[in-house]
Design a protein around this ligand. Structure first.
Ligand SMILES: Cc1ncc(COP(=O)(O)O)c(C=O)c1O
Length: 388
């Protein structure tokens, strides 16, 4: 039977029987499992009422620096600010170019533009979805000042090769580790390899807050101090002494209290993500039409997203929807072809791997609290689709 007919019939059947929908993530389940601890932590914040620059933020900075094996962590308001503040602190601005991946969330490109510099988009490696060092090499110019690799979906980029290119060309490397808390490259934690590491604690991330939050990690004391100051209105030695025109990008005490609780579970959650990923990969290993996520031997993937690719992506998405399986496309368009960057005049076809990935990728439900029965249902639905 043709797939569209099959999808139609499945829709009809489902509307009669309605099996429970499998979400792509479920934050309520996570809250339920930590309710007591989180509520206690929050009650302490309310009682203390030091909502800005309080003890939880200080504790989180220490704990997260330790987790990432770096000397400094600067908690900030979100991951996009972490990237922007890194660029500002490195003195990158108008007239400068910064190379980043064309296949990612828009945040790194936005940070570059907001710093006054120009984003230069590089293509990706089609198997790892991370920035292609070969593409980067062709883009370095006398104006290039920095490189922002993105550890997309939880897999670190090819850092040694990128650091080599950066050293040869005097570029700063800023890691976009927003999707890669706990990932490792040659046993080094993501966020500990570049000049700075930039994290997002957006609620659905592997480590997520109850709102927006982010952090910068670094081993550079002067850079840490500069970022800390810029994130707090460019503050100097005393109140109302401002050495820079900065911004307000402070993590608040409520988010820090939640993150302090959740950080204790991150390793366990990442283990569960990896187990589910392994289960999916085994189940799909015989499906020749599917390209599965890879984990090169020198890297540890933390599966923020389990992303498959297939040329029949849209048909598969609709079929899975009819089966009550939620999926998501991260990302439906590469950055160089977005309306936001039209002025940069990239032609369609100029970054073919990024453009092809945008047509083929599909993220499946994966979160630490997913039930075995749900994982099995996802597998069965996908196997059924590819049998037809
Ligand atoms: C790869 C990547 N970089 C940066 C960000 C920006 O983080 P935030 O949403 O906290 O600003 C995100 C968040 O979605 C992301 O996925």
């Amino acid at each position: 039977m043709p797939i569209d007919k099959m999808t139609q019939m499945a829709h009809l059947l489902r509307s009669r029987t309605l099996p429970a929908e499998i979400p792509i993530f479920n934050l309520t389940r996570q809250y339920q499992s930590l309710k007591k601890e989180i509520n206690t932590a929050l009650r302490q914040v309310y009682a203390n009422s030091q909502f800005i620059q309080g003890p939880n933020v200080k504790l989180f900075a220490e704990k997260f620096a330790h987790y990432c094996e770096v000397r400094y962590c600067i908690p900030v308001a979100n991951g996009t600010d972490a990237l922007y503040l890194s660029l500002r602190a490195l003195g990158i601005g108008p007239g400068d170019e910064v190379i980043t991946s064309a296949f990612s969330f828009i945040a790194a490109a936005e940070a570059i533009v907001n710093a006054g510099a120009t984003p230069i988009f590089a293509d990706i490696d089609p198997l790892t979805f991370t920035i292609s060092p070969d593409s980067v090499k062709t883009l370095v110019s006398s104006k290039t000042k920095a490189l922002i690799p993105v550890h997309l979906y939880g897999l670190p980029a090819d850092m040694d090769t990128l650091i080599n290119i950066a050293q040869q060309n005097h570029l700063a490397v800023i890691e976009d580790a927003a999707q890669a808390h706990g990932a490792r490259y040659k046993n080094r934690p993501s966020g500990s390899i570049g000049r700075t590491g930039c994290f997002s604690f957006y609620p659905t991330k592997n480590l997520g807050s109850f709102g927006d939050a982010g952090a910068v990690t670094t081993n550079d004391a002067a850079l840490a101090q500069k970022i800390r100051s810029l994130a707090n209105h460019g503050s100097g030695r005393s109140q109302y002494d401002h050495t820079d025109s900065g911004m307000n990008s402070r993590m608040d005490e409520i988010q820090a209290a939640i993150l302090n609780v959740k950080l204790g579970y991150l390793e366990q959650w990442n283990r569960k993500r990896r187990q589910v990923a392994q289960y999916y990969s085994q189940a799909f290993s015989g499906i020749s039409e599917l390209t599965l996520p890879v984990e090169p031997p020198d890297r540890k993937h933390v599966f923020h997203l389990y992303t498959i690719r297939t040329p029949r992506r849209d048909l598969l998405l609709n079929y899975l929807k009819s089966q009550g399986v939620t999926t998501k496309i991260h990302y439906p368009a590469p950055l160089h072809l977005l309306a936001a960057y039209q002025k940069l005049a990239y032609a369609s076809g100029s970054l073919p791997e990024s453009e092809c990935a945008a047509q083929e990728v599909l993220a499946l439900p994966l979160f630490p609290e997913i039930k075995t029965s749900e994982v099995r249902r996802v597998c069965e639905a996908i196997k059924t689709f590819f049998k037809n």
